[in-house]
Design a protein around this ligand. Structure first.
Ligand SMILES: [Zn+2]
Length: 202
């Protein structure tokens, strides 16, 4: 059985790993579904998460293999993904606007404007929101950068969420107060210049 780490209330995670590179897997036991946010890259790890007899619904944050590669290890009844991720996965429900659900907690599946990966999704469950790699920059030739227009939209989206905590992939601390994440992004946005669409992440 895959060991879960407690994050907040009924929210757990399988922490990210380096060898092989695998994202965190967010886990929430609803009344009807076991919710997974990302599935990591290792089929056996995601396949051995205790389902407590529930059907599985998963939300894929973006198409990168360390987040979606383990999908073959489970048989989810529902897969929510962005249109860009759908091109790689070939099945599932594309999400182009906010989807509100209730399963034990209020759940919101939302598109997250992201420089890191086009078509990223986030998942808010109660007081927490999983953001995956969504707030990270993208690697360009000159180094890690943010697109300033996308960053502006992202900050607005994050501010609109009711969640009090944001959960960030590949980060050992994982759980951050919402305000701390937004002020970090606003600091980066404040460095934008008129002559470039990009802002260095350094
Ligand atoms: Zn990624």
């Amino acid at each position: 059985m895959t060991e879960l780490v407690s994050v907040f209330g009924e929210i757990y995670c399988v922490p990210a790993a380096e060898e092989p590179l695998s994202s965190d897997i967010g886990v929430f036991y609803g009344d009807k579904y076991l919710w997974l946010f990302d599935v990591g890259s290792v089929e056996k790890t995601v396949g051995e998460i205790d389902t407590r007899g529930l059907k599985t619904a998963c939300v894929l944050s973006h198409f990168h293999p360390d987040h979606v590669g383990g999908l073959g290890g489970i048989s989810p009844e529902k897969i929510y993904l962005g249109a860009n991720t759908l091109k790689y996965i070939g099945r599932g429900t594309p999400v182009s606007g906010d989807i509100f659900l209730h399963d034990g907690e209020d759940i919101l599946i939302f598109p997250l404007p992201s420089t890191h990966a086009k078509g990223s999704l986030g998942l808010q469950i109660g007081r927490c929101a999983f953001l995956g790699d969504g707030i990270y920059p993208a690697e360009k030739k000159g180094g890690a950068v943010y697109n300033s227009g996308i960053l502006k939209e992202q900050i607005a989206k994050l501010k609109s969420l009711s969640a009090e905590y944001f959960l960030l992939s590949h980060d050992p601390k994982f759980l951050y107060p919402k305000g701390e994440v937004i002020s970090g992004l606003e600091k980066i946005y404040s460095r934008r210049t008129k002559n470039s669409a990009f802002i260095s992440a350094e």
